[in-house]
Design a protein around this ligand. Structure first.
Ligand SMILES: O=C(O)CCC(=O)C(=O)O
Ligand SMILES: [Fe+2]
Length: 195
């Protein structure tokens, strides 16, 4: 059965959302495979002089020679598992973009999160296209205009695809807030083009 899109409000410029990009079964199978087979890391991040582990697990996958990082750290790249390489190749065709890197985040429960940021590192170039696939628990996603501070909320469903393109990173920040009482894990895949 096709799930109703619970997100009825229009999204800001540069964001588009498709609820059912992957079937429920495929999303579940992929979730389990990635949870059990990726090399997960929990690097530390220093904010205002305080160093803490990031509140999630992550795995960075990329073609050989690709260097990408944030907050002054370079991420160590893992090779592409076959299933993710196949997905990448489909997205390359669909979007006509040379995706060569993938950041995977595992949010173990509602205490794991990602703070406000823009994916505007210079390695992503001007007006990057980022394709974000969600698997597992539904999570709230927030988008905030940098100048007006207007906030948009979106629920990211399992199997959904959120595309951020155009001026989305220049004009907006986004975040995955904590959700108290949420006990279920979620995996997010962001396909990126790194120069
Ligand atoms: O988990 C999400 O949906 C957000 C991930 C994200 O913003 C990122 O990886 O840059
Ligand atoms: Fe992001």
């Amino acid at each position: 059965m096709q799930r109703q899109n619970a997100n009825l409000n229009p999204l800001p410029n540069g964001f588009s959302y498709q609820t059912n990009a992957l079937s429920a079964q495929k999303s579940l199978d992929l979730f389990s495979f990635l949870r059990d087979n990726l090399v997960w890391q929990q690097p530390t991040i220093t904010v205002f002089g305080k160093t803490n582990p990031i509140p999630r697990w992550q795995c960075f996958i990329a073609d050989t020679g690709i260097q990408y990082g944030y907050s002054g750290r370079t991420l160590t790249a893992e090779p592409w598992p076959t299933v993710l390489d196949a997905m990448r190749q489909r997205l390359v065709k669909q979007f006509d973009m040379p995706f060569n890197a993938l950041l995977v985040n595992l949010y173990r429960d509602g205490d794991d999160c990602m703070g406000w940021h823009s994916d505007d590192e210079k390695e992503l170039g001007n007006e990057p296209t980022i394709v974000s696939i969600s698997l597992g628990a539904e999570r709230l996603f927030k988008i905030k205009h940098k100048l007006t501070k207007q906030v948009y909320s979106l629920i990211l469903h399992s199997g959904s695809c959120l595309v951020m393109h155009g001026t989305s990173q220049r004009d907006y920040q986004h975040a995955l807030p904590k959700q108290a009482r949420l006990k279920h894990p979620r995996i997010n895949l962001t396909f990126r083009c790194v120069r």
